[in-house]
Design a protein around this ligand. Structure first.
Ligand code: SF4
Ligand code: SF4
Length: 127
C-alpha cells in the first residue's frame, strides 16, 4: 500500500496548505520510471497512456517533501517542474516555523543521544 503523508504537518503547518509538489510535462516525459523509483514518498505512479507509452503521473502530491526537488534533478528529459523556492521561504516567515523547528531539533538530539552506541553500552548490565 502506498504511503500517505497528506495529513501530516510540516513544522506545524498542515501539509495540504502548502502548494509544493511536482508537475510533469507529459509531452516530454519519456517514461523512464526514474522519478518513480527515486521518490521514497510514493508521490508517483507510472501509467500506460493511449499511445501505449509509459508516462509518469503525480498521484499523491501532498506526499512530496516540502523543499525537495530530487526527482526534477535526475529526470533525463527535464519534464518535472516545481514552484519557485521562494514559496517555501515565504511559508517559513508567514508561519514563523522556527520555534517549532527548535523544539524538533531538541527532540532529535535527545533521540540521537539515546540511540548512540555509547548510550546503549551504558544501558547494558555490568558483570
Ligand atoms: S524521470 Fe522524467 S522522463 Fe522519466 S518517467 Fe519521470 S518524468 Fe518521465
Ligand atoms: S521532490 Fe522529492 S519527495 Fe517530492 S516527489 Fe520528488 S523525490 Fe519525491
Amino acid at each position: 500500500m502506498a504511503k500517505d503523508f497528506s495529513r501530516t504537518h510540516w513544522h506545524g503547518v498542515p501539509r495540504q496548505d502548502i502548494p509544493w509538489f511536482p508537475t510533469v510535462d507529459l509531452e516530454i516525459c519519456i517514461g523512464c520510471e526514474l522519478c518513480f523509483v527515486t521518490c521514497g514518498r510514493d508521490v508517483y505512479e507510472i501509467k500506460t497512456v493511449d499511445s501505449g507509452r509509459l508516462k509518469s503521473s503525480v498521484e499523491r502530491p501532498f506526499n512530496c517533501m516540502v523543499g525537495c526537488s530530487t526527482c526534477s534533478a535526475v529526470c533525463p528529459s527535464q519534464a518535472i517542474k516545481f514552484p519557485p523556492q521562494e514559496i517555501v521561504r515565504d511559508l517559513e516567515k508567514k508561519h514563523k516555523i522556527f520555534k517549532t523547528v527548535r523544539e524538533e531539533a531538541r527532540q532529535k538530539r535527545e533521540n540521537m543521544a539515546a540511540s548512540s552506541p555509547s548510550s546503549k553500552a551504558e544501558e547494558k548490565p555490568k558483570g
